[in-house]
Structures are given as C-alpha cells and as structure tokens.
Design a protein around this ligand. Structure first.
Ligand code: WTA
Length: 645
C-alpha cells in the first residue's frame, strides 16, 4: 500500500491541512486512491448541514473487509492481525494472522448467510473481548449487514431498547465473559432482553466461560456447530473464499448507540467508505504506525474507540492490533505493564481514567517491568489533567515517547483534534491541532464566532465544526430529524459537538468538557436524563435530578438529588434499591456515586430545574450560588445545602 498520505513533519502537516481546506475534493480523492474499490466514485463530496446530508465518494463501490483483510493477504498473510491476551495471564495467548482472520471472517459470513442474514439487516453483537467478536463484526461487514455492538456492561433493558430501535433480527453473543475475577452471564442477559421481543429470529452463541445457558429450540444456535458446518462451504481444496458484498460508499456500515442530552440513547450511523478512510488516515498519521509495530488500544469494542482503533483503523493499515480481554487491575495493577513487556507493545492507547486509577497504586506495579518497546502513547475519552499526563510521560513513556491526546466522539468516527506522534508539537492536557479536513470553530451561546480573548489570552467557546470530514455521522438510525436537531440545529450551518473548548495563540485547542447534559464517567458517556429516568422508575421515587461532580479517578462522578415519597424509614436501604434499579434499567456503569434525599428541587416558575445550582452544590461549593431569586421556592436551596454529601 502506498503511504503517500503519511505526514512526516510539522511543515508537511501545515501543507496538508491547507490543501485539505482549499481543495477538499482533490485532497480526499487522492487519499482514496490508496484503497481497493470495485468501482471508482463519481463525486468526492456533496453536502449541506441543513438537512443534513453528507455524501462522500458517491457512486463508489467497495467492501471494507477487502480493504481490511484481502488486500494484505498476498504480502502479509502470515503477519499477526490480532494478538489476543486473555483475562487470565496463564491462559494461552491467541495469535490471529491475516490468513486466519480471512478464513474466520469468511466462515462467519457464511454462518450469517446460512442463518438468513442479508445485506442491510441489523445484527446485534453482545460479546466479551474475544477474537470471535472481531469475526462477528467483520463477518457482518463482509455480507453488508449492519452491526450494532453493545457493550457488555449494559443491562437487559438497555439491550431491549436498542434491539427495538434498530429493529434487529439477529444476535451474536457468548455464554459469558470473563472480566477480572468476575464472570458476566451474557447469554442470560440476552434472554431477559428478549422477553417480549418480536423481531429477533436467531441468536448465535459462542462458548467462552461454560456458564450454563438455556438454548431455545429454533432460535438459539451454537457458534461452534455453525462455524464447523460453514468451514466446508467456504474452503475448497485448501482455498478459502466468501465473496464480499459490493457496497455503495454511502451504505451504512454500523450503528453504535451513544448517550445524548435526552433520555433515550441514539443510534449513530456510520458509512462504509468515509469511515474506512478516516479511521485509516488518522491511525496512520496520529500514531505514526510503522509496519511491524504492535498497537495496543485498551478500549472495549463495545465503544467507538474499539471499533476504530482495535478493528477498522489498524486492520485497514495492515497493522498488528493487540486485543485484551481483561481489566487493568487483574490479577494486579501491573497488568498493562506485563502485557507491554510480554508482547513488546510499541503503541499504547488508553483512557485518562485508567491512568489515574493506576497512579493510585503508586510505582510498585511498574517496578521491574521492561517497557522499553514503547514508542508512542495515546489518550482518549476525556480531558487528561496535567498530573496524569506527566505521570504517564515520566513513568510509562520514560520521557521518551510522544503522547497523543486525541479528541473525538462516537459521532466523528475517529480522531478530530490531536497532535501527531513526534511530528506535530504536544502540549500537556491539550489536544492541540485539528486533523487535515477538520475545521473547528468556537462560538458563543448565540452562535457567533468568539473573537475576543479572555484575560489569559485564550478564546473560549462552544466547539463546532464547519464542514464535513469523511466519517461524520450520517444519521441517527430510524430518526433523521433527531440527528438534525441534536447536532445541526443548535447553531445553524455548524455541527455542534456538545463540548466546550479553549484556543491559544498557536491555534491549539484544549477541550474543557461537555457543555450539555451529558456526563463523562470513566470515559463513558452517560446522559443525566437517562439516569434520572432510571431512578424515577423506582417505586419510592417522586422526582430526581442528576448532575456531575469532579471525581479524582473517574473524571466525573454521578450525583443524584432524589425526592422520595417518604414512606420508607431506612435511607440506606432505599439508596441500595435505587442503585439496583439503575443497574437493571441501564447497567452498572450508570450507578450514582452519591444519592442525596431532598424535599424539593430548585425550579424556576416555569418548572425548569436549575441544574447550575445543583452542580455547584455537588461540587461542594455552597456559597456563591448565583441568583436564586427567580426560583419558585428559594427555600429549597437552603435545605439541599444542609443535606449536601
Ligand atoms: C470527550 C470517545 C477531552 C468529549 C472517543 C467528547 C475528550 C466525548 C477527549 C466523546 C479528549 C473524548 N480530551 N475530552 N482527548 N476525547 N473526549 O462518544 O467530551 O464515547 O464529546 O467518544 O468524550 O465520547 P465518546
């Protein structure tokens, strides 16, 4: 593969950036030449942000799996595509070469076909971090089915909502998943999610934990049986093949649900060609991946980071991607460092919350670990505080590895604002400069571009993007109007990210966090309205309001103010019941860290909760609450302050 679009110096970055803005069609058209197309596109880009409608490489035909697998086989067939490190360090490591990956993906595509899956069908994938998860994802892409991966920490209710929204007809799952010393019974969660479901036709179950499962006749089938049968269909005389479905550049590749400021998660839809280009381009340039390197992204494939930087980005670049089944603290807090040493990891990409949590264990877990293979470090998911940045730099990178601070979102598909390792300058806790093709703009609450600097010489505002990049979300599944109102209506003509940012005199950006009602807890996005809805389901709850507060390890913690119906006598028990309810409705990741029972909430005369006041109280700032005279009943504030946790 040609590496013509590899940026090697700061000057080359500036040149590429300028070209991408002056002539985007030529810029991206040239980059697109580096991929395998069945048919070339007619037009590089057509767009408007009013509907919105964005089309990249219209008329082009391709299949992303041919770009991620087939085209590497001739020269790199025996190179590892995946190295899989199991939850338990004593268990056998699995190495999946590109040849093996090709075979397994073809086999699984055949399994899907045998079970009636067709192009455009939605397949829900709810699995642990096993190689089979990647076969499932890529098998869907191979036959043109739309995958919707759901993180293993979501509850049956959350899955049911997502299955319903996507009108999914097929599920791929595991009996269970290992996570540290826990076993998560995935299939039984799926069984609960399927009570009352009318769309699911088949459930394919891979055996990982040997957790007892109930297999329903006619609906549930075993992965192993299906794969064995399919093997004979796709392999003839030692040659493996399963023809990839020809996809339009704009055909949807996957749906991934994410939280917004409303109560219901939305299904972000990504396209085939644009998403492929963007993950590949950013993977190569941000991490400066070099052939032979081992890339370790610690995310779960249930999140966008795993989609883009464990699967599609690395594979499209012919890289070796390390996939880890377990958690950073099992069997002890040195696990990441053991993995780096064992597999000679060159690129480590993780979340600030993981770094902060490992910092809490001190330096002992790092002692005696050989981290000399590391060349590039990365962070993603939330703002990284300077302390964590320096700890990462000094103790993990030994001041020898550039750190890339990559800002992006589920909706953007891959990195948007980030330095490029060793190529463009880094600045601790700053994401720095936009990728070529990305045009950020900071606006005030009325939508006017911010031009006046604050007392520190910074521009400060709401972060928007002016024009489309190849992997911008195309729609929210089944509800395009929702996509419009969520992202394109707040500031007409702009894509609104939901984040606040500041910009320095060099044009570097620092993301300061969400400015909407979305929390970022341990790098996971959770809508406050979602948590409130879940709390309100509890029989004893009258009303609730949820806000975030600064948390040393998680970045943000969840603080819930709850009005209960006063029929109970034991607050502690009710707290536990509420936690149980949230776990049932959303999943353990959304459990509030603090629950304060209150008699009333600070509301305006029109009934709107003044979250600003609750946020301050949650942050422990009980004075200077600002103007409270517009409240319906200013007395409730005193009451809440007195009971603050
Ligand atoms: C936040 C994860 C600061 C941001 C890829 C964004 C960040 C949300 C950074 C998206 C970063 C992500 N610095 N904040 N480097 N990266 N964020 O959709 O608030 O799970 O809007 O995508 O994470 O989270 P999501």
């Amino acid at each position: 593969m040609s590496q013509s679009y590899r940026i090697n110096s700061f000057d080359e970055y500036k040149e590429a950036y300028q070209k991408s803005i002056d002539n985007p069609e030529q810029f991206w058209g040239e980059i697109a030449e580096n991929f395998t197309w069945r048919k070339k596109w007619d037009k590089v880009l057509e767009w408007n942000f009013t509907e919105p409608k964005v089309e990249w490489f219209k008329g082009g035909k391709l299949n992303i799996t041919e770009n991620c697998i087939d085209r590497h086989l001739e020269t790199m067939g025996e190179k590892p595509a995946f190295i899989w490190e199991p939850n338990h360090p004593e268990e056998r490591v699995r190495v999946v070469t590109y040849n093996r990956l090709h075979k397994r993906v073809c086999q699984f595509a055949q399994v899907l076909k045998n079970n009636g899956v067709k192009k455009g069908d939605r397949v829900c994938i709810y699995m642990g971090m096993v190689p089979e998860l990647t076969y499932a994802v890529l098998g869907c892409a191979r036959i043109g089915a739309i995958h919707s991966v759901i993180f293993g920490g979501f509850s049956a209710q959350s899955i049911a909502d997502r299955l319903d929204d996507a009108q999914a007809e097929f599920i791929v799952t595991c009996d269970g998943a290992f996570r540290g010393d826990k076993v998560i019974p995935l299939k039984s969660v799926i069984d609960d999610a399927l009570i009352g479901n009318k769309t699911i036709k088949k459930v394919i179950v891979y055996t990982r934990t040997r957790t007892p499962v109930s297999m329903i006749k006619g609906r549930d089938v075993w992965w192993e049986d299906e794969m064995e049968f399919a093997e004979h269909q796709v392999e003839k005389d030692g040659v493996v093949s399963f023809p990839a479905e020809e996809m339009d550049a704009e055909d949807p590749l996957f749906i991934l649900y994410t939280s917004g400021s409303t109560g219901k998660p939305k299904g972000v839809v990504h396209s085939s060609a644009g998403y492929m280009l963007w993950t590949n381009y950013t993977f190569n340039n941000v991490f400066q991946y070099k052939q032979g390197q081992v890339h370790f992204c610690t995310a779960d494939i249930g999140w966008i980071t795993g989609h883009s930087y464990i699967v599609y980005g690395p594979l499209s670049a012919g890289a070796t991607s390390l996939m880890f089944e377990g958690i950073p603290t099992y069997p002890d807090a040195g696990r990441f460092w053991d993995i780096v040493q064992k597999h000679k990891v060159n690129i480590l990409y993780t979340a600030p919350t993981a770094i902060r949590s490992l910092m809490g264990f001190g330096l002992a877990p790092l002692q005696g670990k050989d981290l000399s293979s590391l060349q590039v470090l990365g962070t993603v998911g939330e703002p990284i505080n300077e302390e964590a940045w320096h700890w990462y730099n000094e103790n993990v990178g030994k001041k020898n590895c550039p750190i890339v601070d990559t800002w992006w979102q589920t909706e953007t598909g891959a990195c948007m604002i980030s330095n490029m390792a060793g190529v463009t300058p880094a600045k601790p806790s700053w994401a720095t400069l936009p990728m070529p093709g990305v045009q950020p703009i900071l606006v005030d609450d009325k939508g006017y571009e911010v031009t006046e600097k604050d007392e520190n010489g910074m521009l400060k505002g709401n972060l928007c993007i002016k024009a489309p990049w190849p992997a911008i979300l195309r729609t929210t599944y089944g509800d395009h109007e929702r996509c419009r109102t969520n992202y394109f209506a707040t500031y007409p003509g702009l894509y609104f990210t939901g984040d606040g940012a500041i910009k320095d005199e060099n044009g570097f950006y620092r993301i300061t966090g969400r400015v909407d009602d979305v929390l970022n807890v341990s790098g996971h996005r959770i809508g406050t309205a979602e948590v409130e809805n879940a709390i309100n389901m509890h029989a004893g709850v009258v009303e609730s309001a949820v806000v975030g507060y600064p948390h040393d390890v998680k970045g943000q913690g969840i603080y819930a103010f709850v009005i209960d119906n006063n029929t109970h006598s034991d607050d502690e028990l009710t707290r536990k019941d509420i936690l149980q309810t949230v776990t049932r409705i959303i999943g353990p990741i959304a459990k509030p860290d603090k629950i304060q029972f209150v008699k009333g909430l600070p509301k305006t005369r029109s009934g709107k909760i003044m979250r600003r006041i609750l946020r301050k109280i949650a942050e422990g700032e009980l004075e200077n609450l600002g103007d409270i005279t517009t409240l319906l009943d200013p007395n409730v504030v005193e009451d809440i302050k007195n009971g603050a946790l």
